[in-house]
Design a protein around this ligand. Structure first.
Ligand code: DMJ
Length: 582
């Protein structure tokens, strides 16, 4: 062998060794990272599990079967009655609660894998719960918390893969849900079809009842009422909710904006200013989620127009202010804690960049105060003088979960960890978890809201342990109750929802684990009916009409996905994104 040949052979072996060595080191490092990440998830999910049970056990000990726990005094409040009414002027004399927190905990118990307690709760509710009670309730709150809690739990109890109740469960939760749904129908008996905001569960709409409601009050009923119809085979629940939603949508302005409050008898707006927070938030959420759950294009069309209008008139960088629905002019420059759900919604439509940037801002505010204040005045850079509270709301945790599911960026787990630590530091007391009255002093208030168990704990747990989502496609109601996306509930499954359409869902296994939030549901309409795997990043993004990006008119350029502004066609025939960066 010539010296040069042997030198080549030595170098080849040396190179081979180097490649194998570095691959082994990289693999070891990667499995080390993977191992650490898995250990962290385990540790954090256990921490959240303990939080849930601290809240739950204290409720069961000191408050059950009343509605919610007062954790500081270890007593209870029958808060389903008049929930959402700050004036509390109609408090009933003979109402002793409806076990609201237990109903709200049902789906969380399943997410945590505690079937024994779930089953115990189901039997207790089956034997004891009645809606024939003299209590004035908010249609919106009772729908999302009670009807949603019961319908979701019924589905979980009858799921073919469920390990419990099989055979012995005789649809008791569904019967209760139907009884409640029947009572809800009283609210819809108006000349417009828009429902009253308040009904008495025993007597229906009371004399001289207010005719004022909110956009979310009449526009966020379709998931629960629709699910009730699909489950019972009785279409009337879905029909009234759909009629109300259509009426509401018909009241939009020429800018595709809606107000915040309206009169259900006159069918006229009362408050013309609106945003994406209180009084409106879940209206947007239910349009896209109804599209996902029922596959109806009508919901997508409403959502798409409404979403574009929000991005156009409310959005200011990563923030969202309020605007007058008639003019689109900004009214209030405020961050409200409820707005923090928006990045989660943006994940469902694939607007990841926008979701990420808003989520970061909300998290900065959380970090600054330790929790998220109810209202922060953006223009004056100060807290709202009276709304400095944090009632254990879930919205930031919710968006964090959606962003993590969509990106798998471990940074979102750090955000989750920080939220968990704040909750334990500032709000945990011996008798449960207490709301924060004032974020500047961290003074507490004697109230553990039921959504802390239905949503806050659930979203945080799923962030660190998503085994509940494996092999299933769930959509979460605005109160965090899971509803499965079923072919049989779809008039037509949105094309983009089919995993094979998504080039990045590579293996069978991945496809099975993909959930609505990680798939980002962009209907096929956005792709112009094409089926070539072309992926639109954002619901706000209108695809350039010409594949080569050359254009003749501005109309052919569509809308940019991150700024949501129209692109312009340059003299040379290129769509001018650069114009907006400048
Ligand atoms: C919950 O009841 C629901 O998320 C609702 O849509 C908004 N408010 C609370 C939680 O903050």
């Amino acid at each position: 062998m010539s010296p040069s040949k042997s030198a080549v052979r030595v170098w080849t072996w040396a190179l081979l060794f180097l490649v194998i060595f570095s691959t082994t080191i990289t693999n070891m490092a990667m499995s080390e990272v993977g191992f650490r990440e898995a250990a962290k998830k385990k540790y954090m999910s256990e921490k959240v599990r303990k939080m849930f049970y601290h809240a739950y056990d204290n409720y069961m000990t000191h408050a059950f079967p009343h509605d919610e726990l007062k954790p500081l005094t270890k007593t209870f409040t029958d808060s389903l009655s008049e929930l959402g009414n700050l004036k509390l002027e109609h408090l009933p004399q003979h109402y002793n609660g409806s076990a609201l927190t237990l109903i709200e905990s049902l789906s969380s118990l399943v997410v945590l894998g505690n079937y024994t307690e779930f089953e115990r709760a189901v039997w207790w509710l089956s034997d004891n719960l009645t809606f024939d009670v003299d209590a004035r309730i908010s249609l919106f709150e009772c729908n999302i918390r009670v009807l949603g809690g019961l319908v979701s739990a019924h589905i979980l109890a009858t799921d073919s893969t469920s390990r419990f109740i099989q055979g012995t469960y005789k649809n008791q939760l569904l019967n209760l849900a139907e009884d409640l749904g029947q009572r809800f129908l009283w609210a819809f008996d108006t000349p417009t079809g828009l429902p009253y905001a308040w009904i008495n569960l025993k007597y229906g709409v009371m004399e001289n009842e207010t005719t004022e409601t909110s956009t979310s009050g009449c526009g966020s009923l379709i998931l629960e009422m629709g699910a009730l119809s699909r489950l019972t085979g009785d279409s009337k629940y879905e029909a009234v909710a759909l009629r109300a939603l259509r009426k509401l949508w018909s009241m939009r302005s020429s800018l595709d904006l809606l107000g915040t409050t309206l009169d259900v008898v006159k069918g006229e707006w009362i408050e013309y200013s609106s945003g994406i927070g209180a009084g409106v938030d879940s209206f947007y959420e239910y349009l896209i989620k109804a599209h996902i759950l029922f596959g109806r294009e009508e919901f997508w069309d409403m959502f798409h127009s409404a979403y574009l209008a929000v991005q156009k008139y409310f959005r200011h960088g990563p923030w969202y202010h309020e605007a007058d629905m008639r003019t689109g002019k900004a009214t209030y420059w405020q961050l409200t804690s409820l707005q923090a759900f928006w990045p989660g919604l943006q994940i469902l439509v694939g607007d990841i960049a926008a979701a990420n940037s808003s989520h970061r801002e909300f998290f900065h505010v959380w970090e600054r105060f330790g929790v998220l204040p109810e209202r922060y005045l953006l223009d004056r850079e100060m807290l709202h003088p009276t709304e400095k509270y944090y009632p254990l709301r879930p919205e930031l945790a919710e968006s964090t979960l959606y962003l993590y599911q969509a990106t798998k960026d471990p940074w979102y787990m750090e955000v989750g960890e920080s939220i968990v630590n704040s909750l334990n530091t500032y709000t945990k007391v011996e008798g449960g978890f207490a709301s924060v009255k004032d974020v500047t002093t961290m003074q507490l208030e004697d109230h553990q809201h039921s959504f802390f168990l239905a949503e806050t704990c659930k979203y945080l747990y799923l962030l660190f342990d998503d085994s509940f989502l494996a092999g299933k496609n769930y959509i979460f109601t605005t109160e965090g109750h899971p509803l499965p996306v079923r072919n049989s509930w779809h008039e037509r499954l949105p094309e983009a929802y089919t995993p094979t359409n998504w080039s990045y869902v590579k293996s069978e296994n991945q496809a099975k684990r993909a959930s609505a939030m990680s798939l980002q549901v962009c209907p096929d309409t956005l792709t112009g009916g094409r089926n070539d795997g072309y992926w639109v990043e954002s619901a706000c993004h209108v695809r350039d009409a010409r594949a080569d990006h050359m254009c003749q008119t501005d109309e052919e350029c569509g809308i940019d996905s991150t700024t949501c502004r129209k692109r312009t066609c340059s003299m040379a025939g290129y769509c001018g994104l650069w114009l907006f960066i400048a």
